[in-house]
Design a protein around this ligand. Sequence first.
Ligand code: FAD
Length: 472
Amino acid sequence: MLIAAPKVPRPPASAIDRAKLALEQRVGASRVITDPNGCATYGEDESEVAAVTPDMVVLAESADHVAATLAVAAEHRIPVTPRAGGTGRTGGAVPVAGGIVLATASLARVKEVNRDDMLVVVEPGVVTGELHALVEREGLFYPPDPNSLEHCMIGGNVAENAGGPRALKYGVTREYVLGLEVALMGGTRLRTGRRTVKGVTGYDMTALFVGSEGTLGVFTEITLRLVSKPAEIATVLALFSDARAAGQAVTDVLRAGLVPRCLELMDARTLGAVRAQGVAIDERAGALLLAEVDGDSALVEAQVARLGETLSGAKGLVALQAAQDAAQRGRLWATRRALSPATKRMAKHKLSEDVVVPRSRIPELLERVDAISAATGVRALTYGHAGDGNLHVNFLWDDDAERPAVDDALHRLMKDTVAVGGTLTGEHGIGVTKAAYLPLEQSSELIAVQQGLKRTFDPHELLNPGKIFPVR
Ligand SMILES: Cc1cc2nc3c(=O)[nH]c(=O)nc-3n(C[C@H](O)[C@H](O)[C@H](O)COP(=O)(O)OP(=O)(O)OC[C@H]3O[C@@H](n4cnc5c(N)ncnc54)[C@H](O)[C@@H]3O)c2cc1C
């Protein structure tokens, strides 16, 4: 059984028919899909949220198409769900109220790569991994690297404020968004932000749109800051007897003043899944840390030496290995890359949470996850970006009968995360799957202020309804 979409009323058929005619006139009939089979393809994402077939899909190819769609939708009171790569983990792109899916994948032009000002101007449908390759050919670097980078798109990354393994040193998407062009419900177009390094004119509207999960406006152009491509990268792998020891080693590394670009952790169950994929890992290991540093060659060498010293003295260390060349680096990362397929094979359903706790509380969170698994009987495995306290706790289940226990486990995880000073989501957003838990972290006053903001942009609550805020 999947997670039920919230019950948000669908628009009446008569309004859909009128909107369809208007859209065909304004964006062209070939860009409007109404056939149910064609629409069904746009009804789900990579979360466990049950699919909902929209009434129509608009395949936008320009900012004008986006603005026209939002104008027609506002006029006929039709809900609109923006969509980019469809890799979201919380149901953000699932059109829970039907209506229109506004697909932005074909808005995929790179408008400018500026080496002097170190920025790039793109449309939202540019695939993240393709942007990496493009700017790296120019000696530049766009650090945010969600593990879905071969399929996710910059528009979705900005809407979710996506992160990735490199966030520890470089930060998340928010740190790179300088400016946006946004179309609002009703069709008004805004330009926010700047192209300059500094700039504090007015409210920081760009920051408000970043992470707004498609609920405030639809991005049609994104200006991103770039940095210089690091000259060298080195990877170190450390195996530990257990996850608590690996969690403590994370604190040791950061206390030593090191800032690796990645510091990834895997617990014993995750290692078991990876071993089952045929990746050889020392049988004594009950946890793994993968650290990566970058910079010029002298800096990289010094950081690897310091990492070696710090980790050698860590409690519970089983083995330590540094990659000598790119091929060895590739082999060390094979374990991390095998994770998604490995864990997917373990059960019919996987709920991948992305809680964040203060780094010093990682060992405690890992213990609490074990306790949750024992109390509810739900299989759990944990891995993730331990360097910034962001852990993916995955709950696995096969049978519909297990769903109440999974819900219980999820509720306990959210409560425990908040109890240790953490936050519900570090990269996937709240979407549908975590909306019910928002009041665990935020006061009713804070939620009300955000809902007021939402109504300023979207008075009839038509843009991506049913997301972020609990549905009454
Ligand atoms: C295997 C796998 C690994 C992943 N690893 C990571 C990871 O390491 N880090 C991470 O952060 N996430 C990760 N994710 C989650 C997901 O890839 C990210 O949330 C990503 O940012 C979603 O991008 P997308 O293009 O697929 O967006 P979609 O899923 O299409 O949409 C996501 C949200 O953005 C909104 N949206 C889309 N386009 C626009 C637009 N033009 N304007 C306004 N709103 C818009 C949608 O309405 C929706 O709310 C992973 C997912 C998978 C399946």
